[in-house]
Design a binder for this molecule. Structure first.
Ligand SMILES: [Zn+2]
Length: 242
């Protein structure tokens, strides 16, 4: 049941949440979940290549463009609660202060679900570092002995990893497929907000189509036309096998 679920998304760079989870985020919002997004870095150094082709381009201007694009994309997905923490990228790193900030965010939001990067992305160690930081922070947030100004510790939430760009060479194994047929058009519109990465739009439309095929094959539900896949940090637990 998606209604009233609390989903917290940590995106290493400004576009990642759209390419890898835009359909799922839009679906959760449209079905009554509370979704909050933290973008750690604008991706100025590593994920804005086309913008740097403009003569006289500056870091501040690239940041502005990336923020505007990410906000437009978030708006299309229905996402209102967005924070930009403006960390430098390539490389992104997480010291104790940054980990504490993530822990506080998790405790304040009290998520049922955290979406972030999978543990390995063969071409993007920023994504790996983000995975490790968010996972470490989630463990501390759940721990009663980690004290943060009286903020209540969180209950064990479910954690899911985004599909990396080149799945096989990253050792990625999908653990969950989410049908995004109802929000696929929103995802495509949101992807079109990013001027610097036009090459990714076709790639991720094809990926949604392919994962939709897999979702149908696995479930037998023919209505699943488009899907996104995620890794599961933990096995599924329930009253029955499913
Ligand atoms: Zn990224």
């Amino acid at each position: 049941m998606i209604k009233n679920k609390r989903m917290l998304v940590f995106s290493a760079h400004a576009g990642d949440f759209v390419w890898r989870a835009g359909g799922t985020i839009a679906k959760y919002i449209s079905e009554g979940a509370e979704v909050s997004l933290v973008v750690f870095s604008f991706g100025v150094r590593g994920e804005s290549n086309d913008l740097w082709k403009a003569e006289g381009q500056t870091t501040e201007n690239v940041k502005k463009i990336r923020e505007k694009e990410a906000l437009e994309a978030a708006d299309i997905l229905g996402l209102k609660n967005v924070e930009f923490w403006d960390f430098e990228d390539y490389p992104i790193y997480f010291d104790r202060e940054r980990l504490d900030r993530i822990i506080v965010k998790i405790r304040e939001f009290q998520p049922d679900i955290i979406l972030t990067h999978d543990s390995r992305d063969a071409f993007n160690p920023d994504h790996d570092n983000t995975n490790k930081a968010v996972f470490q922070a989630s463990v501390a947030a759940n721990s009663a002995g980690a004290l943060y100004d009286g903020l209540k510790s969180t209950k064990q939430m479910r954690l899911f990893g985004f599909e990396p760009h080149q799945t096989e060479i990253s050792g990625y194994v999908p653990g969950s497929f989410v049908d995004i047929t109802s929000t696929y058009n929103q995802k495509v519109s949101a992807m079109k907000c990013f001027q610097a990465q036009p090459h990714l739009i076709e790639y991720y439309t094809q990926r949604a189509f392919m994962r939709g095929n897999h979702a149908r094959r696995i479930s037998g539900v023919n209505a699943y036309k488009y899907a996104e896949s995620f890794s599961n940090f933990f096995p599924v637990v329930g009253e029955e096998l499913y």
